[in-house]
Write a protein that binds this ligand. Sequence first.
Ligand SMILES: Nc1ncnc2c1ncn2[C@@H]1O[C@H](COP(=O)(O)OP(=O)(O)O)[C@@H](O)[C@H]1O
Ligand SMILES: [Mg+2]
Length: 300
Amino acid sequence: MGESDVAFTLAEALPYVSRYIGKTIVVKLGGSALGNHDTTLEDVVICQRLGIRVVLVHGGGTAISGWLKRIGKQPQFVRGLRVTDDETMDLVIMTLAGQVNKQLVSEIQRHGGRAVGICGIDGAMLRARQLDPDLGRVGEVQAVDLEPLAALTSSGYIPVVAPIALGEDGRALNLNADTAAAELAAALRAEKAIFLTDVPGVLDADGRLISELSEGQTKALIAEKVISGGMIPKVEACLRALAGVKRSHIIDGRVAHALIGELFTDRGVGTMITRGQIGRLDEQGEEVRGGTGNATLARA
Ligand SMILES: Nc1ncnc2c1ncn2[C@@H]1O[C@H](COP(=O)(O)OP(=O)(O)O)[C@@H](O)[C@H]1O
Ligand SMILES: [Mg+2]
C-alpha cells in the first residue's frame, strides 16, 4: 500500500471511527461463520483498541449437533422444530457456554484483546419464559439486566455472550442466538446490530443481494417464502433490535474483515434493515448532524 492509499483509507475511515468511539455495537457471530471467524475476532479487537464497545453474541448450532451425534442422541422434532429435552439442554450449556464460548474468548485474547465469556444466566442478565412446553427448554426473553454487560465493558472487557437464559423455575433455557443478540442490542440502545452469517445478506427470489430492506418489505419476503429457514429468526431479530437501534445489518462473515468494512467504509456490505425507507445516503447525512441524538439514546 502506497502512502496515498494509506491517506485515502484513513480519510475514509476517520469520520466513522469518531462516530463509533465510546458507542456500543452488538455483533452476532453465526454458527456457520464460526470456525471461519479469524478476521472477525481480529476486527473486534481493532474496535476495542479504538475505544468502541463491542458486545459479541454467538451461536453454535453446528457444534451442538456434532455433540448430539457423538453421544448418539437422535434429535426430536415437533412440527418441524427441534425439541430441547433436559439432557439436550445440559449439552447445550456445555457446548455453548463452555466449548464455543471459551474458544472465542481465548482467540480474542490471542489477538491481543480482553474478553470475558458469560451467558444470560450470569448476573441474571437474560430472564426468559418457556416458549412452548412441547419444544422443551427453549426460551423467550422476558427481561434484560444490562448491569453485567456494563460492568464488563466499563472495565475494558469484551463480553462474549452465549445464548442461554435463566428460566422462571431457575433452570436454563436455550435461546436463538439472533434473538438474544437483538434483545441485548435493543436494551443497550446500541449504535448498530450486526449479524454475521454465511451468505452475502438477504437474497431475493433470483438469489441477488438485497442491500436495503424496510420492515414492510421484510415481512412481505417472509410471507412470500423468499426468506426461509435460519434467515427468518435473523431478519426478525434485525427488526426487534430496531426497538432501540437505528440500523441492523446482515453481512457475510466469510468475507475477510467484513466487520471493519461495514463499520469504517462508505461501501455498504450485506443487507441493511431499517424501520422505513431510510437509505445509506441518509446514514451518511445523519453523521453530518453529529452525535447529540445518539448520545441521548445511548444513555437512555
Ligand atoms: N432469502 C434468503 N437470503 C439469504 N439466506 C437465506 C434466505 N432464506 C433462507 N436463507 C438461509 O438462511 C441461512 C442463514 O441462517 P443460519 O443458517 O441460521 O445462519 P447463522 O448460523 O448465521 O444463524 C443461509 O445460509 C440460507 O441458507
Ligand atoms: Mg441461525
